[in-house]
Design a protein around this ligand. Sequence first.
Ligand SMILES: Nc1ncnc2c1ncn2[C@@H]1O[C@H](COP(=O)(O)OP(=O)(O)OP(=O)(O)O)[C@@H](O)[C@H]1O
Ligand SMILES: [Mg+2]
Length: 277
Amino acid sequence: MSATESSSLAIQVKGLQKSFEELEVLRGVDLDVAAGSVLALLGANGSGKTTIVRILCTLLKADGGTARVNGFDVVTESVKVRESISLTGQFAAVDEILTGRENLVLVARLRHLSSPGRIAEDLLERFALADAADRRVATYSGGMRRRLDIAMSLIGDPPVIVLDEPTTGLDPQARIKVWEAIEELAGQGTTVLLTTQYLEEAERLADRIAILHQGRIIVNGTLAELKALLPPAEVEYVEKQPTLEDVFLAIVGDDGAGRPTALTGAPAASTPDAGIN
Ligand SMILES: Nc1ncnc2c1ncn2[C@@H]1O[C@H](COP(=O)(O)OP(=O)(O)OP(=O)(O)O)[C@@H](O)[C@H]1O
Ligand SMILES: [Mg+2]
């Protein structure tokens, strides 16, 4: 890869390995995310999505392989990595004793930003939390905490944002608010890596979709590329296009030999960029 190509990658993961005692979770994960793009990482429960996220955010050390964020190595340049990346974890990390506004102001102060009050006000409005702004977070619903958590991660405009299941447990309206916020970020050129169980979310937000299965990225492509991996749509009375859910289930549903079922007969030549491993 040329220097120009690698500098346009906000996230570069090569051969990443991680085991927890006997359990091999990551067995050589390769994953690139172009700067300014949105990548959705899909995978079953326990497939290792959060493990990848924690390694990228310098919260966990890999056993092998390399990972770079914004050009910085997660092990040798961890301080630079932490300055470049912001994480909204799978479980909300808000301070319950403080109000929503106080949580936001605190983060803005910690990041040495001018006018923390104005930043907090703006985010409270954007995430529909203005009415609850001055209540303790202990009284918030799960969805409100989640929204506050995401709002906190946007403070300081980090170039790379990682959202680990950002909309799990949100009601449809709250989910749409989060989607709009992510679309706005993407529109401003922020790189977004999101993990999700909702295929509809990946379809709506992601430029590329990667599927983690049995410790490796088994597919990485655009939605169109993923759909092309399935056999041509069956013609009944109307042509039925496969949904991303069909693709996901076909790929992850084993054929018993550990090979993704949908890919065994897939015409590789017709999908040159889909990166089937
Ligand atoms: N600190 C740890 N110690 C031992 N095992 C762990 C640890 N962290 C994760 N694991 C195991 O590694 C596997 C991958 O976990 P991980 O949280 O990365 O999955 P995930 O894809 O994020 O799942 P989910 O969709 O449920 O969030 C699981 O089997 C989990 O139990
Ligand atoms: Mg997880």
